[in-house]
Design a protein around this ligand. Structure first.
Ligand SMILES: N[C@@H](CCC(=O)N[C@@H](CS)C(=O)NCC(=O)O)C(=O)O
Length: 232
């Protein structure tokens, strides 16, 4: 059976959603990143980058969430345009990589500097908040003209979007104002969240217990760069 290494963070949740949409049997394997399980030898053997998600499908291992989405959608011929040179496939690749290389990293850094980094952080927070908004505004504008990312068909791009959109108030701050600024993001988020597959994906994390405290041990595993500051 397909193995799915995960935790409840945005990138693994994209994969949980696709697996549930496809109805593919899978074995969820929790990786508690606050306990450092991403650095255990067995896990590094499937992802040298020490991050979730990863899938192991027989002899094939795939890490990085958007690569996994594309692999599974191509394998199942579902939720992805099939014609490799079609305009839809071009749009799918563009938006999928935009989410992988723009939305994910800038949203992640916005979270870090807004909620975790020590002061002084004004410069860094301003930079990442600005870039996160800039990327989300591009999506807001696109969704004002298209029901889904690819127009009329729900695809893996919408699933990649959903992983991060669920956390937008936390990413950008200001829960009261974010949904006023991003009504199209909210529209698509709500539609996807109401799907049975999304509800099953959200319920997955209740099957395993993950450490919730961001204590000194968790910080050491999550933010290893800080160790260099201690010895500087
Ligand atoms: N580019 C990777 C990023 C994966 C990633 O950052 N995963 C986070 C959870 S969303 C993680 O494993 N963090 C643990 C750590 O950084 O130690 C992807 O899209 O899968």
């Amino acid at each position: 059976m397909l193995k799915f290494f995960y935790n409840a963070a945005p990138n693994p949740m994209k994969i949980a959603l696709l697996l549930e949409e496809i109805g593919l049997p899978y074995e969820p394997i929790p990786v508690d990143t606050r306990k450092g399980e991403q650095f255990e030898a067995g896990f590094l053997a499937v992802n040298p980058n020490a991050k979730v998600p990863v899938i192991v499908d027989g002899a094939t291992t795939v890490f990085d969430s958007n690569a996994i989405l594309l692999y599974l959608a191509d394998r199942e011929k579902a939720f992805v345009p099939q014609d490799l040179t079609s305009a839809e496939r071009g749009q799918m690749l563009s938006w999928l990589m935009f989410i992988a290389t723009g939305i994910g990293p800038f949203s992640g850094q916005s979270v870090h500097f807004r909620h975790v980094a020590p002061e002084p952080k004004e410069y860094a927070l301003n930079r990442y908040d600005y870039e996160a908004h800039r990327h989300w505004k591009i999506i807001e504008s696109h969704l004002s003209q298209h029901h889904y990312f690819l127009g009329d068909s729900y695809s893996i791009v919408d699933m990649a979007f959903w992983g991060w959109a669920r956390l937008l108030p936390y990413v950008l701050g200001g829960a009261d104002t974010v949904w006023v600024q991003y009504p199209q993001v909210k529209r698509l988020l709500d539609e996807i969240s109401a799907r049975p597959a999304a509800q099953k994906a959200e319920a997955l994390k209740t099957r395993h217990q993950f450490k919730t405290e961001l204590d000194a041990e968790a910080r050491k595993f999550m933010f290893p760069a800080n160790e260099r500051l201690k010895s500087a």
